[in-house]
Design a protein around this ligand. Sequence first.
Ligand code: G3P
Ligand code: CA
Length: 391
Amino acid sequence: MDRRRVLAGIVATPLAAAPLAASVAAAGPALAAAAPTAGGERRRSTLVIGHRGASGYRPEHTLASYELAARLGADFVEPDLVPTKDGVLVCRHEPEIGGTTNVADHPEFAGRKKTASLDGVATTGWFTEDFTLAELKTLRAKERLPEVRQENTLYDGLFEVPTFTEVLDLRARLSKELGREIGVYPETKHPTYFAKAGLPLEQRLVDTLNRYGLNRRDAAVFVQSFETTNLAQLRKLGLRTSVVQLLSAEGAPFDLVAAGDKRTYADLVTPAGLRAIAAYANAIGPDKLQVIPKAADGTLGRPTSLVADAHAAGLVLHPYTFRAENTFLPADYRRGTSANDFGRAIDEQVAYLKAGIDGLFTDQADIGVLARAVAAGQSIAATQPSPRSAT
Ligand code: G3P
Ligand code: CA
């Protein structure tokens, strides 16, 4: 999928079609072996990362979504970070907030609507950099994909746009209550765009992690970016946590595009490219199709060499994004007739886990936890947390 379309959110497919710091730990062995938490620390489990929280069950990037992900068993929750006009890091997938909040229903903000060039793509809407935190807090989140996730629209209008610090407070509280540490996996969104807007993310992120005592090599924190330059910059600013270079099946990091550097994501995933990434990152976050692409007929194909290549470079892999609805599954993993019904999502994830990935981003953390147990040959508890029982 074109990264630009991903930037705009999630693109459902019809049912019918379907720079640079300390290198980390040695390559992670495959399934159910040790995968790192942070800074080379290793744990006896593959990581389940709650993508935008539990966005399969609640409007994404809300405290309700993050809390549900943790209660469903996620090891980490994933806030995407963008800044407000007054420089506060808040959780949204992109600067434009018309798709995930009710800002269009606020006449007092009608004049803020604009068209901006977002990583070279003309984008029309309302942008976080034009709102103070106090103004953003008057808005309420809504479901991004109401036609796919109709049930989630039940929660439209209930939840605020959270700040990053609210997420850190939540994860501390839940870690105590649940008796296991809930990690945080923040992504710096559009670093070049926000630097140009005079609102760079990097120092703010390092300062916040310092303030919370989380800027440690052994903290349960992974900092991710689709760009490359800002990850190196974060190291220079003193970031000590694990770092993840996000990758895409198409296109190029926008920092490289903006600098006239011709390298693309395809160059970054070569063995030489991966060795260069390992100079500053601990992990890669590829599109899952870079690990196992689809065959020409839309069915799940055969694994590429990416797992072996990344492990050989000393990097672990946390591919994105595993979603249970038929529309997001390979043709041979769909079930029933509705594009929005759940298909054989556990089986799909087991296939990837058996290919040797070290963790996965998923919108439905409970399914990730189940798939991990199945793939490891572990027994499944009689009572599983479910989106309806967990809160
Ligand atoms: O960050 C990895 C995963 O979240 C994919 O990116 O933010 O476009 O959903 P995103
Ligand atoms: Ca993300």
